[in-house]
Design a protein around this ligand. Structure first.
Ligand code: FA5
Length: 351
C-alpha cells in the first residue's frame, strides 16, 4: 500500500482519538472527506497516474475513504452516547429505596378555630355561608345602616379599589345578602334565619400585638319571631364554652354599631396575661372579641324583613383574636407571618 495512504490512515486514527465533541469531529470529517479534504485530494491527483496504477491506487484510496467514513460514524455514535450519559448524570437522582418523607402538613390556627366554630354552630342548626372579599359600598356600609358620610365609616379605615368597590372591612358586609337569601324562606315556612359567615377582612390599621391589617371575623345572625338578648347571650356563652372548654371570664358592655340596637362589646379576659395587662390586650387585661347586638330595624327592612313582626341578633366574632386566645399566641402578627415553625405546632381538639 502506498506510503501516503498508510500515513493518512494513522493520522485519521490519531485525530479521531483526540476529538472531544461533535463540532471537533465535523472538522476532522471536512479535513479528510470534504471537497478540499486530504482523501478527496488523493482521488483528484489520480488523473496523472497510468491506468494500471489507477486501478491499484484508486482501490486503496477508496478503501481509506470508506474506512474514514466508517470511523467517523462510529465516533458520532460514541459521542452521542457520551452526551446522553452526561445528561443523565446531571439529572436529579431518585433512589426508590429511600424511605418516604412522611412529614404531614398542618392546619393554620385560624383555620382550626374557624372549623371548631363552624362545627359548634352547625350543631345548633346554623347554616355556614361564604362571601366575597371584594364588595360594594352598599353591601359593606349602606345596607347595614351606614349611609355615605356617616361618622361610623371612620371606625374602619377601608381600602377602596379604583372601580369603586372595596376590600371587605367587616363580615357584616354579607348581612344584607344573607337576610335576603333566607328571609323569603322565613316568611314562607317560618324557619328561622340562622347563619354564620366567616371571612377575611381588611383595614388600613397601624399594626400591633392585637391589630392586623388582614384578619378574620365570623359573623352570625339569627332572625325569628321574639328573638331577644337572652337568645344572643345563650349562643355566645355556648360558643365560648365549647371553644375553650374551661371557665373563662367575659364581660358585656354597651357598644355602638349602627347596624344593631342595642349594641354590645363582648370582651374576654386576656388569657395571655391572665387579666394582668400585656401588649396582647393593650395592657387593659381585656380583649375585644365579639361585638354583638339586636339587629337594627333599618337593617331588617333593607333585607326585606318586617321589623314589626321579626327580631334578630347579630355578632361579629374576631376569629383571629380567638385563635390568639385559644392557642396562647402573644402577637397577632405571627399568624400572618407564614412561619411554619410557629404555625405548625397547633392541632385540632378532636385529633
Ligand atoms: C365590627 O367589625 C362589626 N361589624 C361587628 C359586629 C357585627 C357588631 C354584628 C355588631 C353586630 P369591630 O370593628 O369591633 O366590629 O370588629 C369586630 C371584631 O373583629 C373585634 O372585636 C376584633 O375581635 C376583630 N378585629 C377588629 N379589627 C381588628 C384588627 N385590626 N385586627 C384583628 N382583629 C380585629
Amino acid at each position: 500500500m502506498d506510503e501516503k495512504i498508510i500515513r493518512l490512515k494513522d493520522e485519521i486514527n490519531s485525530k479521531l482519538n483526540e476529538v472531544a465533541d461533535l463540532l471537533d469531529l465535523d472538522k476532522v470529517r471536512v479535513a479528510y472527506l470534504g471537497k478540499k479534504g486530504s482523501i478527496t485530494a488523493l482521488l483528484k491527483g489520480m488523473k496523472d497516474l497510468s491506468v494500471e496504477e489507477k486501478k491499484v491506487f484508486g482501490a486503496d484510496v477508496n478503501k481509506l475513504k470508506a474506512y474514514a467514513a466508517e470511523k467517523i460514524e462510529e465516533k458520532i455514535a460514541e459521542l452521542k452516547e457520551k452526551e446522553i450519559q452526561l445528561e443523565i448524570a446531571s439529572m436529579p437522582q431518585f433512589d426508590i429505596t429511600t424511605p418516604a418523607n412522611l412529614a404531614r402538613g398542618s392546619y393554620h390556627p385560624i383555620t382550626l378555630v374557624q372549623r371548631q366554630c363552624e362545627t359548634i354552630f352547625k350543631s345548633m342548626g346554623f347554616d355556614v355561608e361564604d362571601y366575597s372579599e371584594v364588595v360594594t359600598d352598599y353591601e359593606c356600609f349602606e345596607s347595614v345602616n351606614i349611609p355615605k358620610h356617616h361618622p361610623a365609616r371612620d371606625m374602619q379605615d377601608t381600602y377602596y379599589l379604583e372601580n369603586g368597590q372595596l376590600l371587605k372591612s367587616q363580615t357584616s358586609a354579607a348581612q344584607n345578602a344573607i337576610l335576603k337569601k333566607y328571609g323569603k324562606r322565613l316568611m314562607e315556612t317560618g324557619k328561622p334565619i340562622k347563619a354564620i359567615f366567616p371571612g377575611r377582612c381588611f383595614r388600613n390599621e397601624a399594626t400591633d400585638a392585637c391589630h392586623e391589617n388582614t384578619f378574620f371575623q365570623m359573623e352570625g345572625v339569627m332572625v325569628d319571631k321574639d328573638i331577644s338578648i337572652s337568645n344572643l347571650i345563650f349562643f355566645m356563652k355556648t360558643m365560648l364554652s365549647e371553644v375553650f372548654r374551661k371557665d373563662i371570664k367575659v364581660r358585656l358592655r354597651p357598644g355602638f354599631f349602627p347596624f344593631v340596637e342595642p349594641g354590645f362589646e363582648l370582651d374576654i379576659s386576656c388569657l395571655i396575661c391572665g387579666g394582668e395587662g400585656c401588649p396582647s390586650c393593650k395592657h387593659s387585661g381585656w380583649l375585644e372579641l365579639c361585638p354583638c347586638g339586636m339587629i337594627h330595624p333599618n337593617v331588617l327592612r333593607e333585607g326585606g324583613i318586617d321589623p314589626e313582626e321579626y327580631t334578630g341578633f347579630a355578632f361579629g366574632l374576631g376569629l383571629t383574636r380567638l385563635a390568639m386566645m385559644k392557642y396562647g399566641i402573644k402577637d397577632i402578627r405571627d399568624l400572618n407571618s407564614g412561619s411554619l415553625k410557629s404555625l405548625s405546632q397547633f392541632t385540632d381538639d378532636e385529633e
